[in-house]
Design a protein around this ligand. Sequence first.
Ligand code: GDP
Ligand code: IMO
Ligand code: MG
Length: 422
Amino acid sequence: MNTVLVGTQWGDEGKGKIIDILAKNFDYIVRYQGGNNAGHTVIVENQEFVFHLIPSGILYPGKMCCIGNGVVIDPEVFFEELTALKNKGIEFKNRLKVSLMAHVIFPYHRILDVLRETKRTNKIGTTGRGIGPCYSDKINRCGIRVVDLLNKDILKEKLLDNLKEKNEIFKKVYNHKGFSFDDIYSTYLSYGEKFREYACDVVSLLYDANKNRMPILFEGAQGTFLDIDFGTYPFVTSSNATSGGAPIGSGLALTKIDKIIGVAKAYTTRVGEGPFPTEFDKDFAQKIRGIGKEFGATTGRPRRCGWFDAVLVKTAVDINGINDLVITKLDVLDSLEKIKVCVGYEYKGKVFKTFPQDFEVLSNCQPVYKDFCGWQADTHKITKFSKLPKNAKNYLKIIEGLAGVRISLVSVGSKRKEMVKR
Ligand code: GDP
Ligand code: IMO
Ligand code: MG
């Protein structure tokens, strides 16, 4: 069954861990959007791996891992990640493929990402990795793709064209000295040489895999509310993090996708700016951040924390077409006496049961909560749903009812074994 796994909140739901668990049932694991703004953590036998670009399935020997056309690739980060894998003894020869059509991040994208933020009234709090500017170039039809790095004449022409315009903007708008063609050209030509062993037609690869009944798992990055269309715009990332991004960002046809799995944290977190109706006050946020180790896997920034928002997750279920929900980090709530779940938003006397599109409402609404008694027991060694404390089961069943979809797995710790199957 070709399956897409997506985040249902604002990212960092624990997608990496779940991909790692599911990967054994698939032959291909594919990243289809985002770039090294993602940080997916997998812990195997006390060894921690944080993936930014490489699919989290790479830890399973023999699995094919692909980076689709929808991903933006920073070559420096890509090759650094490969070196780190090699140093940890992970073999990836002949099982890592990169789409020739994927767009490439250049130094000017990274710098522009940071400079643009300084000019905005409402800062987004981006990861500063050049993601937005690279996708802007793609849409503006001046982007440079992996295939272009393999042809020295084409790379020269495209890079000269880009720098002609960009260096003027850097100087006139940002008072920045701009970029030298020679430096970038020689560096990226050498990246091109290093890409030869990985770059290929991923569309045909996936088409053949599907024809040969080899199941494909799509690894979403970010989360539904960071999606460029469906997220809390403009506080979003620049790609389609929802399930619709999978066919677009990989080339496997929509009709070949069988299942959509959503991952939701048992509470909510967000890194960067933007509305967050169920956000905790400072002290409680600090407590949960401590227990859940809520610090960004990419930038190390403290994550904002809040109660589980069922309005948000139900909307994600609908937008993505989720037919299977995974709840992560239930263990983080183990010690709490009372737990709240947001079931609606109140704004100027009106209660919203669906996600409001009006930014004014979302930014100023009061969450409507249902209160629950906590379970105040350790869950991290439990592996069977029936063995969970009564109040934990109740909490999960309430979430299931509000989200309108079945929970198939509950994660109760960061390690592979710390998992409750239903
Ligand atoms: P992703 O971006 O969705 O892959 O998530 P991240 O890796 O950025 O953040 C999730 C963090 O929570 C990682 O540090 C994981 O090791 C950790 N984690 C995942 N599942 C669980 C869980 O069930 N319990 C606890 N305590 N930690 C978890
Ligand atoms: P994973 O895959 C959490 C957030 C940034 C910022 C906004 C835009 O690990 O869940 P960008 O650099 O993409 O232009 O930043 O999106 N953001 C993430 N937050 N997890 C992520 O990825 C994120 N990727 C981007 O913090 O608010
Ligand atoms: Mg992450």
